[in-house]
Design a protein around this ligand. Structure first.
Ligand code: FUB
Length: 317
């Protein structure tokens, strides 16, 4: 006998096991552009904060949020650590950022939109004595402004900073949209030390992230559009970079993606964002301007190359 729809639904509800979905990580707030840092046994997850009223127009991002975890499963929320307009020279647009520690100070490199005296997107740097802040503008001006690079006519081609410190202490900042770039930083972490160089990375869009394991350097980045995450490997921070292919497929319901790769307690993790939060309680669902951070495991092959990420709804169990 065929069941009526209400009966079918109620029997399904009675027999279904509650889903323990852990990806995306948070549903009560939209989070994007994860920038994770491991420090003193804790994972600090800094995220952008999508506040667009819907998925029709564009990003609305005012501040950056912080979540921490000691097991990658339970997360404590610390709220906003900084607003884009805390940089007195910035108009707003708290886009992708990166946190790194050096000599007990925490440097927060951010994408923001510059005021009209130097129009376009810019990179700022803030500093604090603690990973929780309070963060203040480290130099009172932008570290990178749009007029410093002329590789594309776009005013958003200097975005998405990611900093890597070599074992010998040399620090480099990677950034860019459509043209990947990097520049050495002085030991004080807040001044450029030399010229901005370009990199050769196939299908590059944005969201550079550099990490090292054993004697291999890895650069991962958002490629094509809609964005997948691709990666390349090298034996030197200066390249040449050998393109290795797709690391993660289009993450679902958003054209952008942005990854962090960390190692924590002997395991490697791939942290990214999706548009997968469903509509609940009459609120608009996730999507391209209402993104949400997710985490899955990252595995290496014996030759050091990376296995393609398997995105899960369970997340880290
Ligand atoms: O979140 C705004 C921008 O979208 C970021 O800067 C890019 O990486 C992309 O995720």
């Amino acid at each position: 006998m065929r069941k009526s729809l209400p009966l079918l639904l109620s029997s399904l509800l009675l027999t279904a096991t509650p889903a323990l979905a852990k990806n995306p990580l948070f549903e009560h707030v939209f989070t994007a552009d994860p920038a994770a840092m491991v420090h003193d046994g804790t994972v600090y997850l800094y995220t952008g904060h999508d506040e667009a009223p819907n998925n029709d127009r564009f990003f609305e991002m005012h501040d950056w949020l912080l979540f921490t975890s000691k097991d990658m499963k339970t997360w404590q929320e610390h709220g906003p650590i900084m607003r884009a307009t805390d940089f007195g020279w910035a108009k707003g647009d708290a886009w992708a950022a990166h946190m790194i520690e050096r000599d007990g100070k925490f440097y927060f490199y951010t994408t923001v939109r510059h005021k009209d005296d130097k129009p376009g997107f810019a990179v700022g740097v803030a500093v604090a004595d603690s990973p929780y802040g309070p963060f203040k503008d480290a130099i009172g001006k932008a570290l990178i402004t749009d007029d410093m690079t002329t590789h594309t006519p776009n005013d958003w081609d200097d975005i998405d900073p990611a900093v890597f410190i070599e074992e010998n202490g040399d620090a480099y900042m990677f950034f860019g949209n459509l043209v990947p770039k990097y520049v050495k930083l002085k030991d004080n972490m807040v001044e450029l030390d030399g010229e901005i160089k370009t990199m050769n990375l196939p299908n590059f869009t944005e969201a550079l992230w550099v990490h090292k394991k054993d004697d291999n350097y890895y650069v991962s980045y958002a490629c094509e559009f809609p964005e997948k995450i691709c990666y390349a490997m090298s034996k030197s921070i200066h390249g040449p970079w050998e393109y290795k292919g797709i690391l993660n497929e289009i993450a679902g319901n958003t054209e952008t993606n942005h990854q962090s790769i960390i190692e924590f307690n002997g395991k490697s993790y791939f942290i990214y964002h999706t548009g997968a939060v469903p509509s609940r309680d009459g609120k608009p669902s996730g999507g391209r301007f209402r993104r949400s951070v997710a985490i899955d495991r990252l595995y290496y092959n014996e030759d050091g190359s990376l296995k393609r990420v398997v995105m899960t709804s369970e997340g880290i169990q």
